[in-house]
Design a binder for this molecule. Structure first.
Ligand SMILES: [Zn+2]
Length: 258
């Protein structure tokens, strides 16, 4: 399967919004959406004051829909979107793909739509899904073993080479997405870690300001434990899998070849 790496949003400190566009046999699959056209055109509505906190630099050319067109594809061929979570910097482009099935983990869907706490109301933005996406809410917590992680296989409509890996912590239903590219596995771990030095197998290190950001994790214990497990996964299996995340610019540059 061909995998394209797209940066669908630049933010403060040079952070990127690393999304994947996957070509399967019969359709395109997007992993996270970044910021969409609605965010560029009406940032107050789609992002609220959080856009200032994140330092979002909104550009139409950086939206997933415009990048997909620039690659020569028809955005209507994006039949599936898999979201690592529903934070506003990950789901801002949903309305650009109204026909796509949107796969989201059950605990995440409920946190964002049914029972958001006060702090969760600051990170989730209901305006991003007021168009009524075709939700596919996954209620399976995972069972099959994948490098020691439980995973959810056989997502409706998706090929078996694409797995969901529950990685709760950053948010209640945060997940990673693993893709068997044919030349090894790629695990998009979303916001389970913010800088790759955190999962360095030799000398893991999380800078102080990154720790500050990470202290916003909804379930702190789970976040720390999953980061530890990802570090262990990286140490033991880096020869057969590549772990990436959403916001590390160096990781994106390496994978995108830029
Ligand atoms: Zn994020």
């Amino acid at each position: 399967m061909r995998i394209h790496h797209l940066n669908c949003g630049t933010m403060a400190f040079g952070l990127v919004d690393h999304c994947l566009l996957i070509e399967t046999r019969d359709s395109l699959v997007l992993v996270d959406t970044g910021y969409g056209l609605g965010c560029v055109r009406d940032p107050g509505k789609m992002l609220g004051v959080s856009r200032f906190v994140l330092g979002a630099k909104l550009r139409e050319s950086q939206t997933a829909v415009r990048q997909i067109q620039a690659l020569g594809y028809d955005p209507r061929d994006v039949r599936h979107i898999i979201l690592t979570h529903l934070d506003l910097d990950h789901s801002g482009g949903l309305s650009d793909f109204p026909e796509a099935t949107v796969h989201v983990h059950g605990p995440e869907f409920r946190a964002a739509t049914a029972t958001p706490t006060f702090s969760e109301r600051l990170r989730y933005r209901a305006q991003q899904w007021e168009h009524g996406p075709k939700w596919m809410v996954n209620e399976v917590e995972g069972g099959e073993d994948w490098f020691g992680f439980t995973t959810v296989r056989d997502l409706p409509g998706l090929p078996p080479e694409i797995l969901v890996v529950p990685l709760a912590g950053h948010t209640r239903g945060h997940v990673g997405v693993a893709v068997d590219s044919g030349r090894g596995w790629l695990l998009h771990a979303g916001d389970a870690f913010l800088t790759e030095s955190s999962i360095d197998p030799e000398q893991p290190k999380t800078p102080f300001f990154v720790k500050l950001f990470e202290s916003g994790a909804i379930v702190g214990d789970a976040h720390r434990e999953n980061q530890r497990r990802l570090r262990e996964l990286n140490r033991a299996h880096s020869h057969e899998l590549t772990i990436i995340n959403s916001h590390d610019a160096a990781v994106f540059a390496r994978l995108a070849g830029r």
